[in-house]
Design a protein around this ligand. Sequence first.
Ligand code: NAP
Length: 282
Amino acid sequence: MSKILDGKIVSAAIKDAVSKEVETLKNNGIGVGLAVILVGDNPASKIYVANKKKACEAVGIKSFQYLLDESTTQDELIELIHSLNSKKDVNGILCQLPLPHHIDEQAVIAAISPDKDVDAFNNLNVGKILIGNYDFLPCTPAGIIEILDYYGIEIEGKNCVVIGRSNIVGKPMAVLLMHRNGTVTICHSKTRNLADVTKNADILVSAVGKAGFLTEDMVKEGAVVIDVGMNREGGKLCGDVCFDEVSKIAGYITPVPGGVGPMTISMLLKNTLTAAKRQNGR
Ligand code: NAP
């Protein structure tokens, strides 16, 4: 039976450290603030935005919410971002994705000042991450590295397989594992004989978004299995991994819920703190 990698424990430790630093900054007259923009009323996005507000408040970060109508134009959204870029009490800016179809996501991400881009999606930050000289790391992959470190799981020299190549999870995950000297393979929907590749993984990250995708026959005995998937099945949250069967053979496994999910928010808080420190010369 696998050891559970508990994201709630790791996330609590990070939030605690962030909260202490936020308090110290406050005692030095420096507030920390995060602006979160939501366009439209996607129910999942509304929950994420509400959770981010709650998490900010819990660690003493001021949360500014901008809940915009679905009909908001791209120009109006970019105008709001430009005004937030120049606000001193806003250290981080996050625009909840996905955006309505009439808005070009890349144009919106590009409008966020790289210094306030706490999601690390802006082209400049993506480039910095690739060369390994970065200010912010994208929250979900960075949170996964934190989990591995917390549980003392060595990455160097390991065969790491990432299933999924999105800009927000798969690609940066692969880059971070490579920076930590993992030998990385990226798989996607066109990969042939996927199970042959995944069976070689010492560390296997599934970021596909399909419930029941990763089965026992795709996993090497003793492997570390990280389940990024957040899928709804009959209203219930589940990952990509068939937990009951895979947990019998994996060495370590993240559950859903309670694995990668809590890490994403705590890394957002950490990035917001980093932004505030950098903007105040700390
Ligand atoms: P995405 O943009 O839809 O990417 C999914 C990836 O899976 C794509 O690269 C796709 O390949 C690949 N894929 C699809 N079917 C496949 C198959 N049969 N075999 C191999 N690869 C396949 O999704 P995402 O934004 O990266 O998110 C992935 C999952 O993580 C979702 O469930 C999302 O909700 C979740 N997520 C969780 C968190 C968290 O905090 N826990 C954060 C972000 C995302 P192609 O590129 O070839 O299409």
